[in-house]
Each structure stands twice: as C-alpha cells, then as structure tokens.
Ligand binder design. Structure first.
Ligand SMILES: [Ca+2]
Ligand SMILES: [Ca+2]
Length: 205
C-alpha cells in the first residue's frame, strides 16, 4: 500500500489554500481593510476637529486684538496720549545692550500695557468683563516694570485662544501715522510676521 505523504506536491496542489480565518469569520484581509478604513476615518476626524479648533482660536485672537485696540483708543481720548511701550525706555534698565528677543519684549510690552490701561477705572471694568478669569491672568509678583522705582503690584497677561501665555504685543507707534498696533503672535506663538493677527489688518477689513 502506498503511504500517503503529506508533503507530496500533488497533494498540496489538489487542496485549496485555506484563507486565514480570524475570530468571527473575518478573513485577515477583510480585517486589515476594516482597520485601514477606521484609520483613515480617524485621521479625517482629527484633522477636521483640529481645523475647527484653530478657526475658533483665530476668531478669539481677532476679538482680543480688536478689544485691546479699542481700549487703547479710549485711553487716548481720555488722556490725550497713548500708553507707553515698554521698549521705549527699559532695555538699558534691565542691563540689556540690545532689544530682548521678540517674545520677551512682547511679554513685557503686554504686561506694561495692561498695567497702564487698568489704571483707568472704566477700561479696567471693560477688560475684566471681557476676559474670563481663566484667560486674564495675574501673577502676584511685584515688579518695577517701568523702572520708576515703584513696583507694579502685579504682572498681568492674557492667555490667547491658542492656549499661549503673553501672546500679544503692543507697539506704540508702528501703525499708520504713528498710531499704535496690537498684535497676536498667531497660531505658531512666534512674532514672525507670517500668521500674526494685527489690529491694523483687522481695521482695514
Ligand atoms: Ca514701576
Ligand atoms: Ca506668528
């Protein structure tokens, strides 16, 4: 009697190649296709929701910039001058030979701007009513921001819609005709001019 050899080429050819069956009757190929579809859908959902978040953050930044700019205009109407820019006088007082890097300068500029605006009761009320407490932050660290020998009682800054701290800058005379501009660093958090959101652009809209 001829022994049946399981490695016989003729036997292997005659049997259909079994599909690899996984769990409840799916073939491996079907499972891989399902996983691929789910991955693509997940990636699409993540990218759409991040675009929505980004749009929302940009909208908040535009509102913030417009609000700050309007309060600076209100300050001018009351006092006949614009708030001082921190960089006007204070590099040397900090022992810096040159201007600090833009992020550091912006942080000081914005804090110093808010200190000056808050000295006006009406503007202070508007700022406190416009920003939620979790966005309008106050470090209770006394610091003589303007180096006049008197500490400011706190260091105030704004969390922007992108979740970044101190992400606004104020330039007293950078706008048309030597008027101030306020600007957000934009989504990238850098004052690089590429995606910054500027009050003078918004007012032109
Ligand atoms: Ca001071
Ligand atoms: Ca930017």
């Amino acid at each position: 009697m001829k022994r049946l050899r399981f490695d016989s080429p003729s036997l292997t050819r005659s049997l259909p190649r079994p599909a690899v069956v996984v769990g409840g009757g799916f073939t491996l190929i079907e499972l891989l296709v399902v996983i691929a579809i789910i991955s693509v859908l997940t990636a699409m959902i993540i990218s759409v929701s991040s675009a929505i978040r980004q749009n929302q953050a940009e909208k908040i930044a535009r509102q913030d910039v417009k609000l700050l700019h309007s309060q600076i205009a209100g300050y001018f109407e009351t006092y006949g001058r614009y708030p001082e820019e921190w960089t006007d006088r204070h590099y040397a007082a900090n022992g810096w030979a040159d201007a600090p890097d833009p992020a550091e300068a912006a942080k000081r500029n914005c804090a110093w701007l808010l200190v000056q605006l808050e000295r006006d009761q009406k503007i202070r009320t508007v700022l406190h009513e416009s920003f939620s407490a979790d966005r309008y932050k106050r470090d209770e660290v006394a610091e003589d921001l303007d180096h006049d020998g008197t500490d400011e009682p706190h260091f105030t800054y704004i969390m922007d819609g992108f979740g970044k701290e101190r992400a606004f800058n104020y330039l007293k005379a950078a706008g048309a005709g030597g008027t101030p501009i306020v600007y957000s660093a934009g989504p990238d958090g850098d004052y690089d001019g590429t995606d910054d959101i500027r009050s003078d652009d918004l007012l032109d809209e």
